[in-house]
Design a protein around this ligand. Sequence first.
Ligand code: NAD
Ligand code: UFG
Length: 337
Amino acid sequence: MKILVTGGTGYIGSHTCVELLESGYEVVIVDNLCNSKREVVDFIKEITHKEVIFYEGDVCDKELMRKIFKEHKIDAVIHFAGLKAVGESVKVPLNYYRNNIGSTITLCEVMNEFNCKKIVFSSSATVYGSPKELPIKEGFPLSATNPYGRTKLYNEGILTDLYVSDNNWSVALLRYFNPIGAHPSGLIGENPNDIPNNLMPYIVKVATKELKILSIFGNDYQTKDGTGVRDYIHVVDLAKAHVKAIEEVLNNTGVDAYNLGTGQGYSVLELVETFQKVNKVEVPYQIVERRPGDIDACYADPTYAKEKLNWEATKGIEEMCRDSYNFAINYNSKHQN
Ligand code: NAD
Ligand code: UFG
């Protein structure tokens, strides 16, 4: 079975390619490298000892997408490609709508032309807005608080409408909570070029002394220690869920949404302390103002993914911290020489 992975050289995409290849799938990647590097293709090959087909280009480019479908009999698609920085999406919303929604429309049009109607889509827990209750279940009300979140919500709607219009479609909407960690090989992981927006990449850059100090955004939230609580999930666990979702879409039709989290919430301080302990490294921090738009706590009820996909997260917070740091050390040592 051949799977087209859009955004396959990105953080979650690259880990998913590894899991797909290790489960016996063939993988074709399309990525315009706007937020990743070509070397990732070689790292995927190095980890798996398998071949990967790579197209550098934009999912919004219909002729390129047609070429890929002409050259390969694609059985299903995992659609990761997208822009993902919440703050940036507020500043340049049209870029987000054009890229994140435009790519989905172009992709689905071409899939329709080639009668490939099976898709796994990267959604986000952001579609729950500010949840009224915890843990979050898939049936909770959906809303968006920024343009990035709206692109996820619209894409979920577009894919649902597509199924309603043609019941041969099979759609899995995967709502990720907070992916962190890296492949244990240390070859692939998350490595933002700019100053990171997200907590774990920031912690890592402070630990490696690329940045001076971590700012913790608020310690007066309604949580165990006052700092924000999130459901961190190891990216390898997340990647494995995509293999289960692919099996599901290959064997069934319909639309379904799944929460992909561990079900456990950890505070910012707990994450920082665990990171320092397992990696034996200092992460200096200061408490600063709350970041606008942040919520107190967010964690999943992942029961449905367990029941329907036979998937659950197995890796704990210590492994997440260790693998994130290990990747950074490995990456930095390679790129300094
Ligand atoms: P990432 O930026 O590492 O990966 C996305 C990849 O898509 C990049 O390699 C980028 O170059 C590529 N890309 C972007 N637009 C493209 C286009 N038009 N055509 C071709 N390639 C394009 O991000 P990630 O963390 O791996 O996230 C993958 C998906 O999961 C995204 O859709 C993101 O919104 C979603 N998601 C991520 C998180 C998270 O915290 N990382 C949480 C929830 C959802
Ligand atoms: N935080 C800090 N300092 C930092 C960065 C973050 O204290 O430098 C705190 C935040 O206030 C929050 C927690 O760390 O309490 C996690 O923040 P992240 O930015 O890592 O993650 P978010 O939960 O805010 O957002 C992430 C993704 C979004 C996605 C959302 C819901 O970035 O794209 O999860 O899944 F929508």
